[in-house]
Design a protein around this ligand. Structure first.
Ligand code: IPM
Ligand code: MN
Length: 365
């Protein structure tokens, strides 16, 4: 039996971060026990807890460990304790520095309507059933990384800027993802107002010539938000800027029932970073109430995209579905007919199903 040890850096972070990353790590361990894989999981401080202990949300040792790892799994960062810090010193700045430091300029957020959760979607079942969208968000540029300036107490500005190479690299990736899916790419911008959006649209349009089998459509972001709510099933892959992607992915997550369900992958030139898209939810931290599904599905994404373990990834997703189908839910995704369970209980049930599924499936190896 060959054992290849890959390193995964775990960044639990703040609030519910430690609870959901513990859940996710236990799922990784279950895959390890079932297959010919071995991961070295190294935990590092990041976010508010790192500010408290080291005076920085992303200590140099944490960044260096992430840069030399095979994958990074992050929980969530931030909380009211650190909310009064200036921009640049906050937990969120640590997250941006991490994305930058890992060369992550692409962020993929799959939004899938799970049949078992149709009853908690705010939309009628006939509008969302089977909805399967992949949002490709530009992550390394745009207004997040433009100059942020407070001019005294009365005026402030932030700069949205994109260059052709920045647009090309994320758009190419989105076209590639679309070719492997339903071959529809919607590029979202605000080209009726913003110069940067006009460059975005022109650049994406030019690239389309190289992807003849993909149908490209452009939508203005306001219209895209409405279309997402009215007819989400029309979407396959969406590619958009950093800020628009941030906003649209929360909106789309709402359609699926809860932001607690959605995983993500950030990638580009360096170590890929996986994280649920939810925040640190300080109000429920430490109470074993958090939804671990986004973090567990982030592990599935890691297995599939970084380690090429498609069967194991499918098994993790199927285990999650099977537990949800049987009606076991954390509070955020509960409805009157389901059984409320804690984060750790839900995770244990997922692991039990996973163990069973992996025993039956021939592991990738
Ligand atoms: C996300 C989050 C982050 C972002 C914050 C925490 C900086 O909202 O990953 O969507 O805006 O990118
Ligand atoms: Mn966000």
């Amino acid at each position: 039996m060959s054992v290849k040890k890959k390193t995964i850096v775990l960044l639990p972070g703040d609030g519910i971060g430690p609870e959901v990353t513990a859940a996710a790590a236990s799922v990784l361990r279950e895959c390890e026990r079932a297959g010919r894989h071995a991961w070295e999981i190294v935990e590092k401080p990041m976010g508010g807890c790192a500010i408290d202990a080291y005076g920085s949300p992303l200590p140099p040792d944490t960044l260096a460990a992430c840069q030399s790892a095979d994958a990074v799994l992050l929980g969530a960062v931030g909380g009211p304790r650190w909310d009064d810090l200036p921009i640049g010193k906050r937990c969120e700045s640590g997250l941006l520095a991490l994305r930058k430091g890992l060369g992550s300029y692409i962020n993929v957020r799959p939004i899938r309507m799970r049949d078992s959760l149709l009853s908690i979607s705010p939309l009628k079942a006939e509008r969302v059933t089977g909805c399967d969208i992949e949002i490709v968000r530009e992550l390394g540029g745009g207004i997040y990384f433009g100059e942020h300036r407070a001019e005294g107490a009365e005026r402030a500005s932030d700069v949205e800027a994109y260059s052709v190479p920045e647009i090309e690299r994320v758009a190419r990736y989105a076209f590639e993802r679309a070719t492997k899916r339903r071959k529809i790419l919607v590029s979202v911008d605000k080209a009726n107002i913003l110069c940067s959006s006009q460059l975005w649209r022109k650049t994406v349009t030019r690239l389309a010539a190289g992807y003849a089998d993909v149908k490209l459509e452009h939508l203005l972001v306001d219209n895209a938000a409405m279309q997402l709510v009215l007819a989400p099933r029309q979407f396959d892959v969406i590619v958009t800027s950093n800020l628009f992607g941030d906003i649209l992915s929360d909106a789309a997550a709402g359609l699926a029932g809860s932001i607690g369900l959605i995983p993500s992958m950030s990638c580009g030139d360096g170590t890929p970073l996986f994280e649920p898209i939810h925040g640190s939810a300080p109000a429920i931290a430490g109470q074993d109430k958090a939804c671990p599904v986004g973090a567990i599905l982030s592990v599935a994404m890691m297995l599939r995209e970084t380690f090429g373990l498609g069967k194991e990834a499918n098994a993790v997703e199927r285990a999650v579905d099977s537990v949800l189908e049987r009606g076991f839910r954390t509070a955020d995704i509960a409805d009157p007919l389901t059984t409320p369970v804690s984060c750790s209980r839900l995770t244990a049930m997922v692991r039990t199903d996973l163990k069973d599924l992996l025993r039956r499936a021939e592991p990738t190896g």
